[in-house]
Design a protein around this ligand. Structure first.
Ligand code: GLY
Length: 461
């Protein structure tokens, strides 16, 4: 945990953004895996973690905006708990570690909320995303489940986004440590990418590295020789020469700061000409996009820059044709690069996404597009110093999408469909880094993970 003052300062800053009422944070509860006593690994809610730090189930926090008091509600363990879990610090002692003096058992929460509701006080809460929290919140506030999302507090959502989006140096250091663990995960995965190995051998090994050096993976490992499926969680294929292996994986630590890195390597460690050609286009888009990162630049512009570079590279390879800028503006690149350039990263791997993507990524100045491809861009607004973003361009040959576009002769002025046909067995390539927006530019976080053709071939040999 950070020192207690970090959490008190965060709550103080939140208080300064809001006027009147109570702010209620419900921590996460245990979630059953296949029967009540066999649960998934516990993961605290990120907002609770940010403001109240404590990392175990069945807690709630309240920030009283009028009285300038903070409360943590949770039960002390009894002898039955001690038999199974061992002795635990009292709630009072735990709360002191995050700068909170006022604690009470969970029944006290019911009491406080009841009084607040009776006296008509505003109760700010964020949209819940877990069934258990939805039920708890619904019972507590007497709001039907289906209405909780719309009744969540927009001022609170906006205030949290303002605070959490800008990472301070301590937070950046935590993210960077997780990128360094990802270095170990990815370089190990690259070295294992030999013909005859089954994907799950690599996926299991790199997940084990995360667990042994830090904590759980920050999202289920994406690892496949069928990288044309963007989020491929099937790990049953045997690696064969001629395929590219996409590994998209990161981890989180006990504070829940995360990393999210993608590398793509040729099975066997040597790029063939076709693989090198496409790889260099993605790498150029990755590097060009990262270089464009600085405060004040809309991320949507950087996405379009990467899209234009991809169009330019594919034109050079004879896969696309025409003017690259026009091709990107018309969306022709989305046949090959159908997703967004990146997303914020922090306590959540898609940081803050539970509060609503449009609140996080868009504003009055930059609106979300409805166009295929650009609509998947999770974040479009201007960057600010302290934001941490992923930069993750890719090129994919998705046979089913190619068939649909070709049948429609879609944007045929920019696409050489005959050439595209010959790439249908290619798979996909994505290259992803975690990038901090600095005062005057950017910094790719962590120990550099092999990325150029030469670096990858050298490591894999
Ligand atoms: N890297 C996985 C994701 O962004 O969803």
């Amino acid at each position: 945990m950070f020192p207690a003052t970090v959490y008190s300062d965060r709550r103080k800053k939140l208080r300064a953004e809001l006027s009147g009422g109570l702010v209620l944070f419900i921590g996460n509860q245990e979630v059953p895996f296949n029967y009540p006593a066999n649960t998934y690994s516990f993961r605290q809610d990120s907002n609770f973690s940010y403001f109240f730090g404590l990392d175990h189930p069945d807690l709630a926090g309240i920030i009283d905006l009028d009285e300038e008091m903070d409360f943590i509600f949770g039960n002390d363990v009894d002898i039955e708990d001690i038999i199974w879990m061992g002795v635990q610090p009292t709630m009072k002692d735990q709360a002191a570690k995050v700068g909170v003096e006022n604690t009470a058992p969970l029944t006290g929460l019911n009491e406080m909320i009841k009084i607040a509701l009776e006296s008509g006080r505003m109760i700010h809460f964020v949209p819940p995303y877990r069934g258990e929290t939805i039920i708890w919140l619904s019972d507590l506030l007497h709001i039907p489940h289906l209405e909780l999302k719309e009744k969540a507090s927009e001022p609170l959502i906006r205030a949290i986004i303002k605070l959490r989006m800008k990472k301070d140096p301590m937070e950046v250091a935590e993210i960077e440590k997780m990128v360094d663990v990802a270095y170990k995960m990815h370089t190990t995965g690259m070295k294992m990418a030999k013909p005859g190995v089954v994907e799950r051998e690599i996926a299991g090994t790199i997940e084990g590295i995360a667990l042994s050096l830090a904590g759980p993976v920050s999202f289920p490992v994406i690892l496949s020789i069928n990288g044309q499926t963007l989020h491929n969680h099937y790990h049953g294929n045997t690696l064969v020469e001629g395929r590219m292996l996409v590994i998209d994986a990161g981890c989180e630590n006990d504070l829940h700061y995360s990393s999210d890195i993608t590398r793509t390597v040729p099975v066997g460690g040597k790029f063939n000409d076709r693989q090198r050609g496409i790889y260099e286009v993605v790498l150029n888009a990755n590097l060009t996009a990262a270089k464009a990162v600085k405060p004040g630049v809309p991320f949507k512009e950087i996405h379009m820059l990467a899209a234009t570079e991809i169009a330019k590279g594919l034109i050079n390879l004879g896969i696309m044709k025409g003017d690259p800028t026009e091709a990107a503006l018309k969306g022709a690149h989305t046949l090959f690069f159908p997703h967004g350039l990146g997303h914020p990263l922090g306590l959540d791997v898609h940081d803050l996404e539970g509060l609503g993507e449009n609140f996080i990524g868009y504003d009055d100045e930059v609106q979300r597009s409805q166009e295929f491809g650009l609509a998947f861009l999770r974040f479009g607004r201007k960057l600010q110093e302290g934001f941490v973003m992923t930069i993750e361009p890719g090129i994919y040959f998705i046979p089913e999408l190619i068939d649909i576009w070709k049948a429609e002769n879609k944007l045929a002025e920019f696409i050489n469909y005959d050439v595209v046909e010959t790439y249908k067995d290619f798979g996909g390539i994505r290259i992803e880094d975690d990038v901090l927006v600095t005062a005057d530019g950017y910094r790719v976080l962590g120990k550099p993970i092999p990325k150029t053709v030469d670096e990858i071939e050298k490591l894999m040999q």
